[in-house]
Design a protein around this ligand. Structure first.
Ligand code: ADP
Ligand code: MG
Length: 467
């Protein structure tokens, strides 16, 4: 999905202040894996840094592969976990849901088999083969901390505890188990076909907004708000049915920093996130140009930044982790700027790494890749940059998703099918004409391209539609 890397001067890439550090720079989506070609191009790009990257040093400890291989099997051997005096037991034949992070099952405490809970089982053994496994596991553990931090609201699924599950006789955790209250009515997504009655929409909106306000007040952003992550308490959904927010898998604690990674589900992703992911300026924003600046050859001095590509198409490159006092910092180059040209050659639309499967690749006749150009630099070189808006995402991303959720509840349809529609803010407003003017106004006030213009949560709660 994403490519990442280049450590300035051979160090691990510098994470932005306060952002989680990663073994290898990670692109959009914190769980991004390292693609095989990343290693190949890391070799080339490492030349620029004048040193070997951490990709070479982080060899997989052999015992991990063995542990992971042994774990391959079923959940059965991990179904008993938690406090030894009264453990939890997973009802492995009762699957409540399957998500990107793991499977959710029914479970109970041994002492109270009739009191049912839900447990999200996150298989971390899968990550044990990954070179950046430690970082990724740390990220999952941070998520469980976030979950515990936001407990205590009637519209947020209660977490009863997070546990590591070990293979008997080992000390390497194979699963992280998140035990939650059981919510029996299923996903809101299962109720929205054809659109919901407005009194039901109002009730769900009020509850969801109240839950969001509670987590925002604790400086947590959900980042994956959608009808699949709102669960219904009860088999019927009426104007008085409670609903609860789940899935804080990509939620982020913002204390002291801003979120910088574009994660979550594309369809509900705010335009500022999509723009950053695609390395394009949001509609109406100016792309400011900088340079050319002349850098010393990589063999003599580090350029003072790392390079990543984060575009899904694998093209283009942006600078990542400006070193204070380095060459780039001296020119005033900003973190997250796209490189537009190297020695006068335009690279915005150039692939980051060569596709080694391509006919002709690896020969002089093949397509040039950015990593190749970087690897070939031996003289002073010039770089030109395009300044992209800062990759800082605020709580307003949840307000966009709240707008998408509202639209889905009212119409039964998703407003955006792809990234292009999102960055252009194009959605079918005609489906809303059968809704009340207040409902229509609330959708419009949330689906505003400029995050600063979206309604705040208090304004949503005070909006005429919710009165
Ligand atoms: N507490 C719960 N009670 C009942 N079902 C749940 C509960 N939590 C999750 N599920 C079901 O499991 C699915 C996946 O859980 P979720 O936390 O959203 O994981 P993912 O991050 O993998 O999407 C949910 O969409 C829902 O259907
Ligand atoms: Mg989910």
């Amino acid at each position: 999905m994403d490519v990442a890397f280049l450590s300035p001067a051979g160090a691990a890439p510098r994470a932005p202040l306060g952002a989680p550090r990663r073994a290898l720079g990670v692109g959009c989506g914190e769980g991004a894996g390292l693609r095989p070609e990343a290693t190949a191009s890391a070799a080339l790009v490492a030349c620029l840094a004048g040193s070997r990257t951490s990709a070479f040093r982080r060899r997989q400890p052999p015992h991990r592969a063995r542990v992971a291989a042994r774990a391959l099997g079923s959940i059965e051997q991990f179904k008993v976990f938690g406090p030894p005096e009264d453990p939890f037991e997973i009802e492995t034949d009762q699957v409540l849901g399957v998500g990107g992070q793991g499977t959710v099952y029914l479970c109970h405490k041994r002492s109270t088999p009739n009191v049912k809970h839900a447990v999200k089982t996150i298989p971390i053994w899968r990550l044990l083969m990954d070179p950046s496994c430690d970082e990724k596991i740390k990220t999952i553990r941070k998520e469980t901390e976030v979950l515990l931090k936001i407990q205590g609201h009637p519209n947020i699924c209660e977490c009863l505890g997070c546990f590591d599950a070990f293979r008997p006789g080992t000390s390497q955790a194979q699963y992280i188990m998140i035990v939650m209250e059981l919510i029996d009515g299923g996903e809101l997504a299962g109720f929205v076909e054809g659109g919901l009655a407005e009194d039901v929409v109002k009730s769900v909106m009020r509850q969801t907004t109240s839950a969001l306000k509670y987590i925002h007040d604790k400086d947590v952003v959900h980042r994956d708000l959608k009808v699949e992550n709102i669960l219904v308490c009860g088999q019927q959904l009426t104007g008085s049915t409670p609903v609860k927010l789940i899935d804080f898998g990509v939620a982020k604690s913002l204390t002291g920093t801003m979120a910088r990674s574009c994660v979550g589900t594309t369809e509900i992703m705010a335009p500022e996130l999509v723009s950053a992911k695609l390395m394009i300026a949001p509609k109406g924003a100016q792309m400011k140009k900088h340079g050319p600046y002349t850098f010393q050859p990589p063999q003599q001095a580090s350029p003072g930044f790392g390079i990543v590509t984060q575009r899904p198409d694998g093209k283009g490159a942006m600078v990542n982790g400006i070193e204070p006092g380095g060459q780039a910092a001296g020119f005033g180059v900003g973190d997250g700027w796209a490189i537009s040209a190297i020695n006068g050659t335009e690279i915005l639309e150039m692939p980051f790494v060569k596709d080694f499967n391509e006919i002709g690749a690896g020969t002089k006749g093949g397509v040039t890749a950015i990593a190749e150009i970087l690897g070939g630099l031996s003289q002073p070189f010039t770089m030109e940059f395009v300044e992209l808006p800062p990759r800082e995402f605020s709580k307003a991303v949840d307000l966009w998703s709240l707008g998408v959720t509202l639209y889905v509840m009212l119409t039964g349809k998703k407003p955006f099918a792809d990234e292009e529609q999102i960055v252009n803010g194009q959605y079918d407003q005609s489906l809303l004409t059968r809704c009340s003017p207040q409902a229509q106004d609330l959708v419009k006030s949330l689906l505003r391209m400029d995050p600063t213009e979206r309604l705040a949560l208090e304004q949503v709660l005070g909006h005429p539609f919710l009165q």
